[in-house]
Design a protein around this ligand. Sequence first.
Ligand SMILES: *Cc1c(COP(=O)(O)O)cnc(C)c1O
Length: 395
Amino acid sequence: MFKNDFASLARPAILPDASNRQGLPAFASVGDVLNAYEGDDAIFVLYPKKIAAAARTFLNGFPGTVLYAVKANPHPAVIKTLWTSGIRNFDVASTREVDLVRSIAPHAKLFLMHPVKSRATIRQAYEAGVRDFSFDSAEELQKMLEETGYAPDLTFHLRLALPKGNAAMPLSGKFGADRATAIELLKAARPHVAQLGVTFHVGSQCLDVEDYGRALSWVRSIVDDADVEIDSVDCGGGFPVAYPGMSHKPMGNYFAAIRTALRENGFDGLQILGEPGRALCAQGGSTLTRVELRKGADLYINDGSYGSLFDAAQCAWKFPVKLHRATPRIAEANEPFRFFGPTCDSLDVMEGPFELPGDIAEGDWIEVCHLGAYGQALSSRFNGFYSETTVAVMA
Ligand SMILES: *Cc1c(COP(=O)(O)O)cnc(C)c1O
């Protein structure tokens, strides 16, 4: 799909870079990608250096062990980059995610943190070396004990439902034990497991640092009422990224708030875990999509809600956008645009508004940024429109 062998296009200084061992076509800039591209589909871009930088932020600042939530972006290059950057622990949900991480990072420690698993998934994960599992019901606790043969080396993490917080996407509606159930489950699980932990998720894209402190007080009061020893507290994911129209405090404030709340609630001596997904890879990926037609303020583009723009469509989420055009010319002032995706479904619309130069036209490319999490990962093949091209840009 590229004009020449991509290796010959990338600058020689770029290829030996230790952070690009993913085997992706590597380029110095988006401009170089577009100059070389001859395909007709959208292009997914990964920025391994940005993913590595996000990993360093967490490894240096988060007051505990950092697990990468693989669902945010399971691309092998993302997993490899995170492993190379020092992430050793992965939060997985399915047998396929177990196999995927194992195939790329055989020595990684895997945590199966889905509170509802098939019996075969539990069995296969245990056989693959997984010892950490989450649950939120007595039935699942029973399943996990039966399928692992009451093994002596298990760590079970009880998933709590949280009172409503300030996340853009709440995640306590589907999973999590309420207070009374949680107290019973802690008592029920304790005699059977080597280690017992509590886990929660404040909701994805959490815009209020205090939500983590409130969650940790909630954990404390439940553990006290259960009167059971716990070994670990998992603060989940939810760490935010800067999308247009959403502001949040720097990541350091989140880490400081968690550190303070851990101390105030007496969790200092326990094993502390965190499961960032979005914050590790959102800024490390974008989609290059081409304008096929313009009708006034509506741009018909070759990626959409069934591609990597699901959240832009279904949640009216705004993403940063940049214009790239083949022959650079001075762009007009920005105007608001709406996007239509390539499929024939009328749900395939991204309202935005997305601010782009007023003279944008057919053939121009738009880089939709921050799609490294829950963008590329959600892409389907509906209606025959999809991208099979992922490149690394070493910027
Ligand atoms: C999705 C998910 C995460 C990651 O959440 P982010 O908001 O992307 O950080 C972490 N843990 C669990 C259990 C999840 O389901």
